[in-house]
Design a protein around this ligand. Structure first.
Ligand SMILES: [Zn+2]
Length: 211
């Protein structure tokens, strides 16, 4: 009897062991399931990454569109300045001798002799040769040099700059960006906000008073 009961105990503890193993297995399979869930969680993350990537791509596309639009505007503005090319004979026929000498031969009018060095009226100064707007009265200032002086052009695209090595010095020549006529020089001793002095011949300009 005693042996039988011992066997029963053994049998029962064996069952318990089996039950415990089964429980452990089931637990581990649960853990496995939770791992699978994690994996599933991970499988859900690529769509998020994809969404982020798509958002980034859309932002990049929008930025590119904006840049293209800005470039298009700038290019269109530059395109509007169509170069005017004329023969020397044509320029001579169009301009008087002083205008021709200054505009086409890089001459300089005598200080305090031009029409605009002391002009205080509001308006726009255009190129005498092609009438492209070059300077505005708002940027004109009294430099005391005897030539009309401005601290900036009406638009950066309207005037061009060239290195001028004449008169034993290096100066920066300012030209009209449409007809390449000589306007004057730009120096770095101007007033704020640019610190530039566009020293321009009156004879290179044509003033149009603001009404
Ligand atoms: Zn011009």
């Amino acid at each position: 009897m005693k042996q039988n009961s011992q066997r029963r105990v053994h049998f029962q503890s064996g069952l318990l062991c089996l039950f415990a193993v089964a429980l452990l297995l089931s637990l581990s399979s649960c853990t496995g399931n939770s791992a699978t869930k994690t994996t599933e969680g991970e499988t859900t993350s690529p769509p998020i990454e994809k969404a982020v990537q798509e958002t980034q791509e859309t932002a990049n596309e929008k930025a590119k569109e904006m840049t293209d639009e800005i470039n298009k505007d700038v290019n269109e503005a530059i395109d509007k300045i169509e170069k005017i090319v004329k023969t020397e004979a044509e320029w001579k026929a169009q301009l008087n001798s002083l205008e021709y000498k200054v505009l086409r031969k890089k001459g300089t009018e005598r200080a305090f002799t031009g029409a605009y060095w002391d002009n205080k009226k509001d308006g726009v100064y255009k190129c005498r040769a092609c009438e492209l707007p070059l300077f505005a009265s708002e940027t004109k200032y009294r430099s005391g040099t005897g030539w009309p002086s401005f601290y900036k052009p009406v638009d950066d695209k309207s005037v061009g700059e060239k290195e001028d090595r004449s008169l034993f010095s290096v100066r920066t020549e300012v030209i009209c960006n449409r007809c390449d006529s000589h306007l004057g020089h730009v120096f770095s001793d101007g007033p704020p906000p640019t610190g530039l002095r566009y020293c321009i011949n009156s004879v290179s300009l044509k003033f149009e008073e603001k009404e």
